[in-house]
Design a protein around this ligand. Structure first.
Ligand code: ZN
Length: 136
């Protein structure tokens, strides 16, 4: 059901400054930004081998990431597992009693489908499932 770690999400307050760091100082390959309206975040992707680092910053005060950053420091926020079929994956997890934040897939960055698993079910690690659109 799982293909790879698609990305590791890092919560940041100042996205532009963080992009400068990851692109210009750490030297990772910058893949661009995207706004995810539903989550009220702007994200920046950096490719590193088969996976990515996703910087996530709030675009409004009521964004879940804004609330997260009120309570926590900047840092690793979630891990995203890439799956072939997110609906099947959610169904399987639900059947096994894993607590989900999103029971239905949502629209993520770059036309992905995403859903979050509740950290209460995963030893405190916020876990995202994501399904990447097929390339044409
Ligand atoms: Zn993510």
């Amino acid at each position: 059901m799982y293909k790879k770690i698609n990305h590791i999400g890092v919560a940041v307050k100042d996205l532009d400054k963080a992009i400068e760091l990851y692109r210009d100082k750490l030297g990772l390959e910058f893949k661009g930004t995207d706004v995810v309206e539903e989550q009220k975040v702007k994200v920046a992707f950096f490719k590193i081998g088969e996976t990515n680092i996703e910087l996530v910053s709030p675009i409004s005060d009521d964004s879940p990431i804004a609330k997260y950053l009120e309570k926590n420091r900047e840092g690793i926020h979630h891990i995203a597992y890439e799956v072939d079929n997110i609906e099947d994956a959610l169904k399987t997890l639900k059947e096994k009693g894993v607590k989900l934040i999103n029971e239905e897939p949502r629209k993520g960055a770059h036309n992905t489908l995403i859903a979050f698993v509740h950290p209460k079910s995963t030893n405190g690690v916020l876990t995202e499932l994501c399904q990447v659109p097929e390339e044409h």
